[in-house]
Design a protein. Structure first.
Length: 220
């Protein structure tokens, strides 16, 4: 191999680990018996009424796992198309954000955006009383997109308005051919996006330092 050859994906280690976790969970579910895969899907998906019921003490035994669903949902996907699209955006946005923040702060921001996305879905439930089962990393990834806008464009109000507008339109119109099923968790996208955009300064911290330089005299 030539010394000048480049890696197939010019990305960062944490992004690759996140992609591997998401793909691995999906593959494991495919290999399991249907009833086990469905159970994992039920327990991992974020459903506001189910989560609230357990949080208020109505759960017992296995149902208590639902307390982890505000984060677990972000590592589960409906099918390979859903998984592939989210991983492609994670590769694009996550790489830039991790390089800007560093590994630890990147992971923290990713988790916070996922939680805020779930919080937005919870907030919508209080308004609409609509039962939903949310899976997918798109809420957290929307947060990375919001962070990218702040990093590269400072105050990108037009892009923000377009992103929020598109998701609101999706919320009112739905997706063709989906009947009564809501295909896109638009409120989670907006919640994650705003979290990434607004909270990024809290995660920036001091500039990241490169490897330490060796001290000593130069060549004589």
């Amino acid at each position: 191999m030539s010394q000048n050859s480049q890696p197939a994906f010019n990305t960062t280690p944490t992004v690759l680990v996140l992609i591997a976790i998401n793909v691995g969970i999906h593959l494991v579910r495919l290999l399991l018996p249907v009833q086990w895969s469905d159970l994992i899907g039920f327990l991992g998906a974020f459903s506001p009424p189910n989560f609230l019921a357990v949080a208020m003490g109505h759960g017992n035994g296995l149902e208590n796992i639902l307390l982890l669903s505000p984060l677990a949902y972000a590592f589960m996907h409906a099918d390979f198309l859903h998984l592939g699209l989210n991983m492609a955006f994670l590769l694009a946005f996550g790489t830039a954000v991790e390089r800007h923040l560093g590994r630890g702060r990147f992971i923290a921001l990713y988790v916070v955006c996922a939680l805020f996305a779930a919080g937005a879905s919870l907030g919508l439930f209080f308004v609409t009383d609509q039962q939903t089962f949310m899976v997918g990393a798109s809420g957290a990834i929307s947060g990375l997109f919001g962070a990218i806008l702040l990093i590269t464009m400072n105050r990108a109000w037009t892009a923000i308005a377009v992103f929020i507008g598109i998701n609101i339109v999706m919320g009112f119109t739905g997706m063709p051919g989906m009947n009564e099923m809501r295909a896109i968790a638009w409120e989670a996208h907006i919640g994650g996006f705003l979290a990434g955009f607004v909270l990024l300064p809290l995660f920036k911290g001091p500039p990241l330092k490169g490897p330490p330089r060796r001290l000593g005299k130069g060549p004589s």
